[in-house]
Design a protein around this ligand. Structure first.
Ligand SMILES: Nc1ncnc2c1ncn2[C@@H]1O[C@H](COP(=O)(O)OP(=O)(O)O)[C@@H](O)[C@H]1O
Ligand SMILES: [Mg+2]
Length: 245
């Protein structure tokens, strides 16, 4: 099975808020291999990261009204992505992370995985967005889409985990795309600071930590999901983006 993370950087411009939902949904619907089970994890994007950074929700906050606004914003994007995928002939089902994750003693626990599997067995593509599950120490806290994607890849034994972003793949310090890299060498990749880009959940650095935490059997890809053809090329081994093994 494939876990596809539709990053906020793919479906929105995190500086200006411009939406790329239609383009990304069309690419995804046309390029996912038919007949394979797929689960989509969705990031927070411009709306989520701007609400979270405005109200300091990446740290602890007791302002429930802000949390509610954050969740409402991100959930709306899920529904927009779902509608765009439906219009392109595939069958997503927006599911709630509250029922799947819980944070206890600082650890993310996964529950009810059978429900997700059953929806996939029935021919649906679950969409789960980055969210704020219950946390026994803090009430609720943010669980990023990257973290969810890696946890689900491990629990569901996904053969492929794709991080769909707005970059060609991982870029080396000399400015070139890295075609292949092993999970243990990821800590050597330099992080490029792009002015004005918000990502309260750690950006590329944290994404690479999540990629490194996946099992040996999971191949991870970082691709530009806005560029038509890249997802198909990467999944069919034709060398798009960065392949992490
Ligand atoms: N070495 C690098 N190679 C590629 N992208 C990088 C690198 N370092 C930092 N980045 C930045 O990481 C961003 C993707 O991470 P992030 O904004 O968290 O995406 P997402 O919203 O999909 O989680 C890219 O837009 C790029 O600007
Ligand atoms: Mg991110």
């Amino acid at each position: 099975m494939i876990i596809l993370k539709i990053g906020g950087s793919a479906f929105s411009d995190k500086r200006t808020g411009k939406s790329f939902v239609s383009l990304v949904a069309r690419n995804v619907a046309k390029e996912l291999p038919k007949g394979e089970k797929v689960l989509i994890v969705q990031g927070a994007g411009f709306i989520g990261h701007s609400i979270a950074s405005k109200y300091g929700l990446s740290k602890l906050s007791n302002n429930q009204n802000h949390w509610a606004l954050l969740r409402y914003g991100v959930e709306q994007v899920s529904n927009r992505i779902a509608k765009a995928l439906i219009d392109n002939g595939i069958s997503p089902f927006v599911m709630s992370a509250q029922q799947l994750f819980e944070i206890k003693n600082g650890k993310v626990l996964v529950k009810n995985l059978g429900i997700v599997k059953a929806y996939m067995d029935n021919g649906f593509i679950p969409i789960i967005h980055s969210d704020a599950p219950l946390d026994d120490r803090h009430g609720i806290s943010v669980l990023s889409g990257d973290n969810m994607a890696a946890i689900l890849a491990n629990r569901l034994n996904a053969g492929k985990l794709v991080f769909g972003t707005d970059t060609d793949g991982l870029i080396s310090s000399s400015g070139e795309r890295i075609g292949h890299i092993s999970k243990r060498n990821l800590n050597e990749v330099g992080i490029i600071k792009r002015e004005g880009t918000i990502d309260v959940s750690g950006g590329m650095k944290r994404k690479l930590e999540q990629a490194a935490s996946t099992k040996r059997g999971t191949t991870v890809y970082i691709i530009d999901l806005r560029r038509t053809g890249e997802l198909k090329k990467a999944l069919s081994g034709k060398g798009a983006g960065t392949l992490i093994y």
